[in-house]
Design a protein around this ligand. Structure first.
Ligand code: 4AD
Ligand code: MG
Length: 478
């Protein structure tokens, strides 16, 4: 079953038992009386200290023990005399699995900028910051599955390759096997997609929702959790071209049920991280506190753990889009013309507006509902007034929109009307429309951007730092 991990060894009682530790060297320190090697295997933020006596190993061998090299060490687990750790390993054997030339290895025991680390994404998981983020990311993903499983949802695997544009925004990556230098043409001169792999135009999905709805119309409660792709040219700290989305879809849920579920869901997964990722969250909190020190007092944010507990402990503010516009129109930045984008009923809220509502006005997460139909997707249920739809966006401090969802239009005629209105060819969505013909039912769902959640929980400022290998415009290395 493989060797014990450092996380386990650090919890063991020091009884002089022989242990084998395998991991990467973080630091090596030599004093007159001893050589200290800090090893980490990624199982925990904490290193284990291995101690050798001077002369115990050849200078030649010790010379290859440098930051980044990989070792197998054997020794006795003893109580540590140093103050940093409870136990340490008194070395008897030392094997170097792989060296790391100090002149070439880019990760040295000092603070590297996040920008620099992005350029070495193949090595950055070996840093404290990224290993902490990746462990928290894992814990959150696990909590998502556990939450839905406990609530009677089924995990539905929706396709990555699709022929439809679920969000109707046209921001899709094409999937094709056609020879781009020799495209087949129709008689009219257009590209003949009949000759393409799928016999039609195909793309990477922007959302699993439409297929998710098909599942909900049979299994009642489903969720998807998979990669989604958007070819939007957004170079922001909150957008990726490839990101993971969690999309629950529930038959017999109305908008209010949908809001209740969304709020309970995010609170529960954040609570899971608070319970199971204490060491990593503490590490990230300290890291953030260092960063905050450079800011003026009144601009500093709450310590990470306090911020997370605050979100878990307080009800989200719920209001309609129309009410939010009123607040914005009465706001100081609007009156003083400080907003970059104009405010008025009908606008698509920009992030400065969302942040004003969440960070300045309510100072807590907000759920906005009943947006104008013109700025939302075709599948959202029309309100009685015909002007707004039963949409809901959950807005988070520092993040903005973390969840987007709605009650779905279950009326066939109304849905068809919207499909025509936004210019979608109903032929392409015949299967989606048929669910409204055969046993239609009120239903709702939402999508949570997984990286935005990880960003919130880890306190990281840039979404590119919470996914192992980020994809964004002009960047698909690694
Ligand atoms: O609001 P969106 O576009 O909604 C949908 O895709 C619906 N089909 C969801 C549903 O109702 N089932 O996206 C949902 C969430 C956003 O709130 C945001 O958190 C995240 O996905 N998101 C992105 N995250 C990272 N990079 C991007 N480019 C993102 N675009 C959306
Ligand atoms: Mg949205």
């Amino acid at each position: 079953m493989g060797p014990l991990q450092i996380r386990e060894i650090l919890q063991a009682a020091p009884d002089n038992q022989t242990v084998v530790v395998k991991g990467w060297v973080r630091t090596k320190r030599e004093s007159k009386n001893a050589i200290f090697i800090a090893l980490n295997d990624g199982s925990t933020i904490h290193n284990i200290q291995a101690v050798a006596e001077p002369g115990q190993f050849s200078a030649e061998l010790l010379h290859t023990v440098t930051t980044g090299s990989c070792l197998k060490v054997t020794g006795q687990l003893i109580a540590s005399m140093g103050s940093g750790q409870a136990v340490e390993v008194k070395l008897t054997e030392l094997e170097v699995y792989g060296t790391a030339d100090p002149d070439a290895y880019p990760l040295q025991p000092k603070k590297h900028s996040l920008e620099f680390l992005r350029e070495i994404a193949h090595l950055r998981p070996r840093t404290n910051t990224f290993s902490a983020i990746l462990r928290i990311r894992h814990a959150l993903a696990f909590a998502v599955h556990q939450y839905f499983n406990d609530k009677g949802f089924f995990y539905l695997h929706t396709p990555v390759i699709t022929a439809s544009d679920a969000e109707g925004a046209g921001e899709m990556f094409r999937v094709t096997t056609l020879d781009l230098n020799n495209l087949p043409r129709t008689e009219e001169g257009a590209i003949n997609f009949k000759e393409d792999f799928f016999g039609r135009e195909a793309n990477l999905t922007v959302s699993g929702q439409l297929e998710g709805e098909l599942g909900a119309m049979a299994l009642s409660k489903i969720y998807t959790f998979g990669p989604t792709f958007r070819a939007e040219n957004s170079n922001t700290t909150r957008h990726l071209a490839e990101f993971w989305m969690i999309e629950p879809e529930m038959a017999f849920f109305e908008l209010e049920d949908n809001m209740d579920l969304a709020e309970d869901f995010v609170k529960k997964v954040i609570t899971y991280a608070l319970i199971h990722c204490k060491d990593d969250l503490n590490f990230l909190q300290n890291r953030l506190e260092d960063e905050e020190k450079s800011k003026p007092q009144n601009e500093r944010s709450l310590p990470l753990l306090e911020k997370l507990s605050f979100v878990v402990d307080n009800p989200f503010e719920r209001l309609t889009y129309t009410e939010a516009i009123d607040i914005l129109l009465k706001s100081k930045p609007h009156k003083e013309k400080k907003f970059q984008y104009p405010v008025g009923w009908g606008i698509d809220l920009s992030s400065e507006h969302e942040r004003y509502l969440v960070e300045k006005h309510f100072k807590k997460p907000v759920i906005l509902t009943n947006y104008p139909r013109e700025i939302k997707s075709f599948y959202m249920k029309l309100d009685e007034d015909g002007k707004t739809v039963r949409a809901m966006d959950v807005l988070f401090p520092g993040i903005g929109e973390i969840i987007g969802g709605s009650q779905r239009e279950e009326n066939y005629e109304k849905l068809l009307g919207r499909v025509h209105e936004v210019g979608i060819d109903p032929e392409n969505l015949w299967w989606y429309l048929e669910t409204r013909k055969f046993g239609t039912a009120p239903h709702s769902g939402f999508g949570l951007g997984f990286e935005r959640l990880v960003q919130f929980v880890t306190g990281m400022g840039n979404i590119r730092d919470v996914i192992p290998f980020p994809r964004y415009p002009k960047s698909a290395e690694f």
